[in-house]
Ligand binder design. Structure first.
Ligand code: ADP
Length: 410
C-alpha cells in the first residue's frame, strides 16, 4: 500500500460508520475502472477512477468520504493490481455486495443476476457481442472473487433494460437465420441510465401516468430511448453501441455499404474501418479538433467553421432521432436530457428542440439556462405540447439498487 493511502486511512476511521451496509459498484472497462461505494440509504458514497490501465501512467484517482482527493500510481498499469488497490482502499467500509456493470447480456438476460459459475461463463461467452468490454467486466468479477470469495456479486447488464423492445424494434430486416442462429439483432445500451432517468422523471412529474418519455443520454457515448410505462420500446443503439446518434468519436448511423465502398475504393481493412468509425469519427471527425463538446463550442464561438458544423450535425441528428423514436410511444409525456452534454449544454438542448419544430414544443429559456452542473428540473413553457426535463444520470446508484434487489436486500 502506498504511503499516500495509509495516511488517509487513519483520518477516515471515524467516517466508516456513516456508510451503512454499502454496496460496491464496479465498472471495469478496457482501460479504466470506475467505482463507487454507496450506502444502503444511497445518501453517502465514495467514488474513484483507475485510468490509463495498460500504460505506465496508470493511476487511481480516489475521492474520500470527506471530499479529499488522492492519486495512487499503479506500477505496470495492470488491471488486477488496480482492482486490488481499489479493494484495499475500500475494505475498511465492509461492503456487503458488489454490483458490476456488464456491457452485454445478449438476449439471455433481462434483469440483474447474482454471479455464479454459469453467469460468469456467460459474461465471458458474450464477448462475441462485446469483445472490448465483456472480458474486462469478467476480470473484475474474478478479481473480487479471488479476494472476497464470500461477498455476493451481481451483474447488471447495460442491455437488460432494452429486452422489453418488441421484435418490430429489435429485429434488423435481414435473413431470419442471422437472428435465430447467430443472435444478430438490436440490443441497445446505456440501459441503466435510461432506466434511472425515466423512472426519476416519472417520479417528479405531476403528469398522470402511464408516462411516455424519450430519454436522451448525451455524453461521450450517446443514445436515445423511447420508454413507456417504465419499459424500453425502442432505442437508438443496436447490435453494438455504434448504431444511432453521432457521438464524441463514434459516427452513429452511416450507410451500411460504407464498409464495402471503403474497402474497394481505399483498400481499407475491416479493422481500420471499425477503428475509424468508433474512434476517429463523430464530433472529433467533423470538427477535426476534439471529442469534447466544450472545446468545440469554444472554437465555434470563435468562428471555426468545422466546429460549427459538428455542433449543427450533432443537434440535427439527435433531433431527427428523437422525432422518429416518438413513433414508438403510445403517449408522449416529454423528453428527458442527461449525460455530460444533456445535463450541461443549454444551447445544445435548445438546438435539438429547434430541429423538432413541428412538435409544438416550447422552451422556458430562463429555466433552461439554470439547468447546468448537476441541477435537476423541468424547462418547458406552460403552453408546451410536451414536458422537458434535465435529470442528471446516476448509473452507479441504479446498479447498487439492482444489486440489492437481486440479492433480496432492502
Ligand atoms: P461519458 O459518456 O464518458 O460518461 P459524460 O457523460 O461525462 O461522458 O459526457 C462528456 C461530454 O459532456 C463531453 O463532450 C463534454 O464536453 C460534455 N460536457 C461536459 N460539461 C459540459 C458543459 N459544461 N458544456 C458543454 N458540454 C459539456
Amino acid at each position: 500500500m502506498s504511503a499516500g493511502v495509509s495516511t488517509t486511512f487513519d483520518d477516515k476511521h471515524s467516517e466508516a460508520s456513516t456508510l451503512t451496509n454499502p454496496t460496491l459498484v464496479l465498472n471495469c472497462g478496457s482501460s479504466s475502472i470506475k467505482y463507487a461505494l454507496i450506502s444502503e440509504d444511497e445518501g453517502t458514497r465514495i467514488t474513484g477512477l483507475a485510468e490509463n490501465l495498460g500504460l505506465d501512467t496508470a493511476r487511481i484517482k480516489h475521492t474520500t468520504l470527506n471530499g479529499e482527493k488522492l492519486e495512487i500510481a499503479i506500477a505496470g498499469g495492470r488491471h488486477e493490481l488496480a482492482l486490488q488497490k481499489i479493494l484495499e482502499l475500500l475494505e475498511q467500509y465492509h461492503f456487503i455486495a458488489v454490483g458490476h456493470r456488464v456491457v452485454h447480456g445478449g438476449r439471455e438476460y433481462s434483469e440483474a443476476v447474482r454471479v455464479d459459475a454459469h453467469v460468469l461463463a456467460e459474461v465471458k461467452r458474450l464477448k462475441v457481442l462485446a469483445p472490448l468490454h465483456n472480458p474486462a467486466n469478467a476480470l473484475g468479477i474474478e478479481a473480487v472473487q479471488a479476494i472476497y470469495p464470500d461477498i455476493p456479486q451481481v451483474v447488471v447488464f447495460d442491455t437488460a433494460f432494452h429486452q422489453t423492445m418488441p421484435p418490430v424494434a429489435f429485429r434488423y430486416p435481414l435473413p431470419k437465420a442471422l437472428y435465430s442462429e447467430h443472435k444478430i439483432r438490436r440490443y441497445g445500451f446505456h440501459g441503466t441510465s435510461h432506466a434511472y432517468v425515466s423512472e426519476r422523471a416519472s417520479h417528479i412529474t405531476s403528469a398522470t401516468g402511464p408516462h411516455g418519455w424519450l430519454t436522451a443520454h448525451l455524453g461521450n457515448g450517446c443514445s436515445a430511448t423511447a420508454v413507456y410505462d417504465g419499459k424500453s420500446l425502442d432505442t437508438s443503439m443496436g447490435l453494438t453501441p455504434l448504431e444511432g446518434l453521432m457521438m464524441g468519436t463514434r459516427s452513429g448511423d452511416v450507410d451500411p455499404s460504407l464498409h464495402i465502398h471503403l474497402k474497394r475504393q481505399l483498400g481499407m481493412s475491416l479493422e481500420e474501418i471499425d477503428k475509424m468509425l468508433n474512434s476517429e469519427s463523430g464530433l472529433l471527425g467533423i470538427s477535426g479538433l476534439s471529442n469534447d463538446l466544450r472545446t468545440i463550442e469554444q472554437a465555434a464561438n470563435e468562428g471555426h467553421e468545422d466546429a460549427k458544423l459538428a455542433i449543427e450535425m450533432f443537434c440535427y441528428r439527435v433531433g431527427k432521432y428523437l422525432a422518429s423514436l416518438s413513433c414508438a410511444l403510445p403517449d408522449f409525456t416529454g423528453i428527458v436530457f442527461t449525460g455530460g452534454i444533456g445535463e450541461n449544454s443549454v444551447t445544445t438542448r435548445t438546438r435539438i428542440l429547434e430541429v423538432m419544430r413541428h412538435f409544438g414544443i416550447k422552451v422556458d429559456a430562463d429555466k433552461n439556462a439554470g439547468l447546468v452542473g448537476g441541477n435537476e428540473g423541468s424547462f418547458h413553457a406552460d403552453d408546451s405540447s410536451i414536458e422537458l426535463w434535465v435529470v442528471p444520470t446516476d448509473e452507479e446508484c441504479r446498479i447498487a439498487q439492482e444489486t440489492r434487489a437481486a440479492l433480496g436486500l432492502k
